[in-house]
Ligand binder design. Structure first.
Ligand code: GLC
Length: 752
């Protein structure tokens, strides 16, 4: 290129870069400017507030009749509301009801500070999406963000400003009921899901009337409760806290989450709600969190039974000094803060900081400009459960389904060849359980059951004979014979079995994670008919079902898929959608293996079959029933060996790992290609595998895709012997494959 032309081109490039820099500075500047403007407005309101009004802003009360926790008092909230002593309400629903209460706050109190309404919009508001653990099985971050965006749009149309979601607790014990509410066992996947959900809920503008404030919960390490018992003691190393349980919270923060919720559990002796290290030193100072922290329901008051506070006064002191800004239904801050401030135990600046943080979010929501912007009955009618949302919910549900087994390609069913389907089991004609726990304003009557969904999809091409056979729980086998008769008369049996929605969720833990009741015996009797059986699982947690895996030719994990469960499962059963989900959590052979997860440590005596002196059981295998990342397709995929761009990685450098994946079947399909690494030697022991990347690729039948992963020093970092987050030189193995077991391997060295 001639010098003169080069000059002109370089001028334009420079001009373009300057413009880019100015715009980005401008946008950063705009953001800083907006924050400054909000801070100015907050201070102006704060300067007008009395001590009572300030304390009132820190109080959150539940709406009547929909309590999501123990209620210690029948406090007359309307009275405190009229006195301007309420900052927030939760469990208040509908544009009309929220408007009514907002009018009291805005038009009948001295300063008219608007309320912020919060609610548990965990997987949908009225259009219910798959439970979060199910959605995570899609490994599709765009899909998960869309799901949260729809939930926010419906909730905001019904007067909600704030959701107590995403729940980002890593869970490695399937006895724990709340495993259904999170993103499974892995911090890398859990962090991506946390960020996607925050972006979906909050969008780019909280003042937009289709977005709501999100809340990263339960801070922190709630999922590490001993024995999988809810609210139980958490005793973990500082390294495990930082390496496993904190990353999804940091990801939520980096995605802009505006609130956190402190958890019920203690962490190594200090309850999270009184834990100054995690709430203030880490979250507010080190991570520079500008939003506010709400306690979980009555968790401030529960510092008393925890045994760290003698009374309500001490409980209030501990929580305030730890950094909890808002008291959810603890009824502690009001009145205890008054005495605490008189006694100099809580300072004016501490109180003002908490009030500022809460007012800042209310300003960002636009509530001071228009406190009724979210209470629009017209919009509520047009947005909620509209066709677009229902279609999105069906798509999310389909993509959350995991095909666990498909012997001899029994699935998908071909209605042209199958004349009669026996649809049996307690989950077949079941709407109630489809929407799962934490289903907000979801109406089970609006959920489409598998029976209805299959009938609609078959359009009469094949006959369905339905027989329930048994209940979810209990010992009654009297329905077996009818179902067996139906099976004998059919070409194929679809057995819909699983848990009730009330078997997973808060305070819903199980010591036995097999199929409840007589469902296993039911399937055993069906199997004696010799008819091909497809088991469709509907559950909120990993199930230990070794007999089913061994003896049933086809198994679909469908979790609790929400309002569109029936159509989505029918789409997969009939091959209208080729299942692509992968497990975000390990399924154990037996509860005796728990806790069991893919990124375990090797130990000094890794298991060696047939040899005694090593780490294994006498009576069950050490391998899981189904591993993390596992999921089949109606087609097959073949992985090439890994090609590395280099076998040496230098600090600040990068290397690429490339594979070609071929669809060797006759159906188009999607494959979630996973990348793991192993640090062979470290200053502390390192897991045998860590997920560091994945790609979801659509691959037409007979075609291939080549996928390139880039590995940098960042991917190798961990908390070393001195708790420094760093990468250490040495040999690494890199793995790529369809799950955390079937893996191609290559090696590289990270050099100092
Ligand atoms: C519950 C849950 C929490 C929920 C809150 C409000 O106890 O632990 O996840 O957001 O109370 O319902």
């Amino acid at each position: 290129m001639k010098a003169s032309r080069l000059k002109i081109v370089s001028f334009f490039i420079a001009a373009f870069i300057v413009t880019l820099l100015l715009t980005s500075c401008e946008s950063t500047g705009k953001m800083e400017g907006a924050e400054k403007e909000i801070a100015r407005k907050v201070d102006s309101v704060l300067s007008l507030m009395t001590l009572e009004e300030k304390v009132g802003q820190l109080m959150q009360y539940s709406g009547f009749g929909e309590f999501t926790g123990p209620v210690s008092d029948d406090h007359n909230y309307m009275e405190v509301l009229k006195n301007g002593m309420v900052g927030s309400m939760l469990n208040v629903n509908g544009a009309e009801y929220t408007r009514k209460l907002q009018q009291v706050a805005v038009e009948e109190t001295r300063l008219g500070i608007p309320l912020i309404f919060g609610y548990d919009i965990i997987h949908g508001y009225r259009t219910i999406f798959p439970v979060p653990l199910a959605e995570t099985a899609s490994w599709d971050m765009e899909l998960i963000e869309t799901s949260a965006r729809v939930a926010a749009a419906e909730a905001a149309a019904a007067g909600q400003h704030w959701t107590f979601a995403p729940m980002v607790d890593i869970a490695r014990d399937p006895r724990w009921g709340r495993v259904m509410e999170g993103a499974g066992e892995d911090p890398f996947l859990g962090s991506l899901v946390a960020a996607s959900r925050v972006k979906g809920f909050q969008g780019n503008d909280l003042a937009d009337h289709s977005t709501i404030v999100a809340c990263a919960k339960h801070f922190a390490a709630y999922g590490a409760a001993m024995a999988g018992k809810d609210y139980n003691t958490v005793d973990i190393s500082n390294r495990t806290l930082h390496e496993i349980y904190l990353p999804p919270f940091k990801a939520a923060l980096d995605a802009g989450v505006e609130t956190f919720m402190s958890s019920f559990n203690e962490i190594n002796g200090v309850p999270a709600t009184a834990n100054r290290y995690i709430l203030t030193d880490l979250l507010k100072k080190e991570w520079n969190f500008k939003g506010f922290i709400v306690s979980d329901w009555s968790s401030i008051r529960e510092l008393i039974p925890h045994g760290v506070a003698t009374n309500e006064y001490e409980a209030g002191y501990l929580a305030m000094n730890a950094g909890v800004d808002m008291d959810m239904m603890g009824l502690i801050y009001d009145p205890q803060l008054f005495q605490l401030m008189d006694d100099g135990k809580v300072s004016q600046s501490q109180l003002d900081d908490a009030v500022r943080r809460i007012l800042r979010v209310k300003f960002k929501l636009g509530l001071f400009d228009d406190p009724y912007r979210y209470c629009n009955e017209e919009r509520e009618k047009e947005v909620i459960m509209n066709e677009e949302h229902l279609e999105i919910a069906r798509d999310v549900a389909r993509k959350s389904i995991v095909l666990l087994k498909n012997e001899n390609n029994l699935l998908p069913l071909d209605p042209d060849k199958i004349k009669t389907i026996a649809l049996v089991g307690p989950m077949a004609d079941n709407q109630f359980d489809m929407i799962g726990e934490w289903s907000a304003r979801g109406n089970p009557a609006e959920a489409i059951s598998l029976l209805e969904g299959l009938k609609n999809s078959l359009e009469g091409k094949a006959q369905i004979v339905h027989a329930k056979g048994c209940q979810i729980t209990g010992e009654d086998k009297s329905g077996f014979s009818e179902a067996i008769r139906a099976a004998r008369a059919a070409d194929v049996v679809v057995a819909a079995v699983g848990e009730s929605k009330f078997m997973s969720g808060e305070a819903l833990c199980r010591s036995d994670i097999g199929l409840p009741g007589v469902q296993k015996e039911f399937i055993m009797e069906l199997q004696k008919t010799g008819k091909p059986i497809i088991v469709v699982l509907m559950n909120g947690r990993p199930l230990a079902i070794p007999w089913v895996k061994e003896n049933v030719p086809a198994i679909l994990e469908t979790w609790f898929l929400g309002t569109q469960a029936g159509p989505a499962i029918a789409d997969v059963l009939l091959g209208k959608y080729n299942p692509s989900g992968k497990l975000p959590v390990t399924f154990p052979v037996s509860v005796g293996q728990v806790p069991i997860f893919y990124s375990y440590k090797n130990t000094g005596r890794p298991p060696i079959p047939g040899i005694r002196w090593n780490s294994k059981y006498l009576d069950i295998p050490v391998e899981p029933l189904f591993p993390f990342g596992y999921g089949l397709s109606y087609t097959t995929f073949e992985y090439s060996e890994i090609t590395l761009s280099d076998t040496i990685l230098l600090p600040g450098g990068e290397l690429t790992a490339e594979v070609t994946v071929k669809n060797t079947g006759v159906r188009d399909g999607e494959e979630i290609i996973q990348l793991y690494i192993r640090d062979l030697v470290g200053s502390v022991t390192r897991p045998v595998l860590e997920l560091k990347g994945f790609r979801k690729e659509s691959i037409p039948a007979g075609e291939s895709v080549t996928v390139l992963f880039t590995i940098t020093e960042e991917d190798l970092k961990f908390y070393d012997i001195n708790m420094e987050f760093t990468a250490e030189p040495g040999d690494f193995e890199v793995f790529i494959g369809p799950n955390s077991v079937e893996l191609k391997k290559a090696k590289f060295t990270f050099m100092e």
